[in-house]
Design a protein around this ligand. Structure first.
Ligand code: SAM
Length: 392
């Protein structure tokens, strides 16, 4: 069911979150955005003597029949009301939440809250997701050593925008577990989500974080990654391939490559009436392209030149759309990346991009719900190139 930008949690995902909470006989749990009580119901199934404090902008009647013991419900809009002023909430054992995905503009109240839980200085944004606000309320309402279990979107767990948030969590709290939930696990959205289990305790400088995959068919289900590396992304797939020590793979960054996208949209290029490359000009596999030898009519950066490797930047399976400029120069759209790299590595990069065994590695850097895209930073850093003389 969808309500206020909400995608309700299924029984199986609720169980996974609750079972991952390392709690001993908790008395109070706060459920932020309790909805139909999916998480709280599982919580009280496991911890039979616990009491729920449920908060939602829109309380459902059936909750009264679901919750047990001395549980309490409050109708509160968390964007507008400070729960610490409205309720006597302090020192809870745990907080749980599957927050809605809504954008908020920073104001002085949000800033105060985020500063108190040591997150504000890591965010350099004009607006932010409600997920951050719900996480902030969760972290400030639990006692020392208390646990927050929260479901976050791919944007929070993997995008460049929220790298600072991830860093703040890793530096100021102990991130105990990251659980990867596959796409299409929520009936109402295709979005990929991740469960974070966070302990409110100052961590040691560099600790190991467990990443788990919620997929019965997955061969590798657990990874351990150092906390000082993890802010890059919480994505299981990415670390699975980065962690693979058997092969000596290198990244485009290791080989001194430069990556740029085209300067013009597809629409703009069509109006220019010059030859150009867009994603639709690239086949799956390799497309060899002959450019033009005439003088550039537009600024030089808009063109891909002889020896440049092209890669689709947006669209499903864009990482399989590969091009190579055999001669001359040609305009490229902003949906295509050009990779400029020393001649001696060009063939090896082209071969590595086409390797079947690399498809999964490259797909791990594609993000987005329906319209997939590859970020330049990830493409630079992902290790997928096998060098013949593996000395680089
Ligand atoms: C994704 S649903 C999760 C519901 C339930 N906890 C679950 O896991 O299925 C998010 C919930 O947050 C509530 N919500 C949305 N905006 C809110 C706000 N500003 N303040 C409090 N609750 C809000 C929605 O009504 C919804 O019930």
């Amino acid at each position: 069911m969808i309500n206020n930008g909400a995608h309700y949690t299924s029984d199986s995902i609720s169980k996974i979150l609750i079972q991952a909470l390392p709690l001993i006989e908790p008395t109070y749990v706060l459920d932020l955005g309790i909805g139909d009580g999916a998480l709280s119901k599982q919580f009280q199934n496991v911890y039979k003597t616990s009491n729920v404090i449920g908060i939602d902008i829109n309380l459902q009647n059936k909750l009264k029949n679901i919750l047990i013991n001395d549980s309490k419900l409050y109708q509160i809009d968390l964007r507008k009301e400070n729960i610490f002023q409205s309720l006597q909430i302090t020192k809870l054992d745990a907080a749980i939440s599957n927050p809605p995905y809504i954008k908020l503009k920073f104001d002085s109240n949000y800033k105060k809250l985020l500063s108190e839980i040591k997150i504000l200085n890591y965010l350099n944004l004009n607006n932010f997701n409600t997920e951050i606000l719900f996480a902030a309320y969760g972290l400030s309402s639990i006692k020392k050593n208390g646990i927050l279990g929260i479901i976050v979107s791919d944007s929070i767990s993997a995008s460049h925008t929220y790298k600072g948030f991830r860093e703040a969590i890793l530096k100021n709290y102990k991130l105990i577990k990251i659980i990867d939930i596959p796409e299409r696990s929520f009936k109402t959205t295709e979005a990929k989500t991740t469960i974070l289990i966070i302990k409110k305790i100052e961590p040691v400088k560099n600790y190991m974080v467990t990443l788990c995959k919620f997929d019965p068919k997955a061969k590798v289900k657990n990874l351990k990654i150092q906390s000082n590396l993890l802010h890059e992304t919480f994505d299981f797939k990415y670390w699975h391939f980065q962690n693979n020590q058997n092969k000596k793979l290198v990244s485009l960054n290791d080989l001194g490559a430069e990556i740029r996208r085209g300067s013009f949209s597809h629409k703009e290029l069509k109006s220019l009436k010059s030859k150009f490359v867009h994603t639709t000009s690239l086949d799956y596999g390799l497309t060899n392209i002959n450019g033009d030898r005439r003088k550039a009519e537009i600024r030089q950066e808009a063109y891909a030149n002889k020896g440049n490797i092209l890669l689709g930047r947006v669209g499903r399976n864009c990482y399989r759309k590969i091009g190579y400029i055999r001669k001359g120069k040609i305009l490229i759209s902003d949906c295509v990346y050009k990779i400029e790299i020393n001649k001696e590595y060009q063939q090896q990069v082209l071969d590595s991009l086409q390797l079947k065994s690399n498809i999964e590695i490259l797909s791990s850097i594609c993000r987005g719900v329906c319209a997939k895209s590859i970020s330049k930073q990830r493409l630079m850093k992902i290790k997928f190139i096998q060098l013949e003389n593996a000395s680089a």
